[in-house]
Design a protein around this ligand. Structure first.
Ligand code: HEC
Length: 155
């Protein structure tokens, strides 16, 4: 009887632990970190697109600040979050990163360089008036989309 209740407790313990174990896959943290960095890009470009499209009044100080935030993000070294084997085939529903990122590497870095160049130009121009901002934010948007079209799962 004593042994039976021990086994029962053990089984309950295991069933409680199982979801916890799945959540502890360290790769899930990598996915969240790199997606968080992308979300931060979206946060920064949002009002810049808003200004360019006339949905928001142009504000030189804000435009300059957000463009410089994007530029600051360029200096982050989070290459470790882009670990091989963390693509959508391995983590369906958790990531949209295609295995192509790794199988064609370093092709994606060309897209990254184009993006960085566009962001640097944006940071120089964003505070210099709406006409200066417009073409530069549009160029940045194209580099975001260019990389997504190539290396993200299309819905
Ligand atoms: C060099 C390639 C590249 C560039 C440039 C790029 N992205 Fe991404 N982005 C990705 C990849 C790959 C993913 C998928 C990440 C994942 O799901 O693990 C992604 C995912 C995202 C996501 C979804 C994040 C989530 O929570 O799932 C957003 C939002 C995003 N990017 C915004 C942007 C914006 C805005 C820009 C430009 C300012 C940009 N990205 C530029 C490659 C890029």
């Amino acid at each position: 009887m004593k042994n039976l209740s021990k086994i029962c407790l053990l089984l309950i313990g295991v069933s409680l632990l199982t979801p916890g174990l799945a959540a502890k896959d360290p790769n899930l943290k990598l996915l969240k970190a790199r997606q968080g960095e992308m979300q931060l890009r979206a946060y920064n470009v949002g009002p810049l697109f808003g200004m360019a499209k006339g949905k928001m009044e142009y504000d030189a100080a804000l435009a300059s600040k957000l463009a410089n935030n994007l530029k600051t993000q360029l200096s982050l070294d989070i290459g470790g979050t882009w670990k091989q084997g963390t693509d959508v085939d391995a983590y369906p529903g958790k990531t949209t990163a295609l295995g192509k990122i790794w199988s064609t590497y370093p092709e994606i870095s060309n897209y990254g360089k184009k993006y960085a160049n566009a962001v640097n130009e944006l940071a120089d121009a964003a505070g210099n008036g709406l006409d200066a901002l417009k073409p530069k934010i549009s160029a940045v948007g194209k580099t975001c989309k260019g990389c997504h079209d190539e290396f993200r799962e299309q819905k």
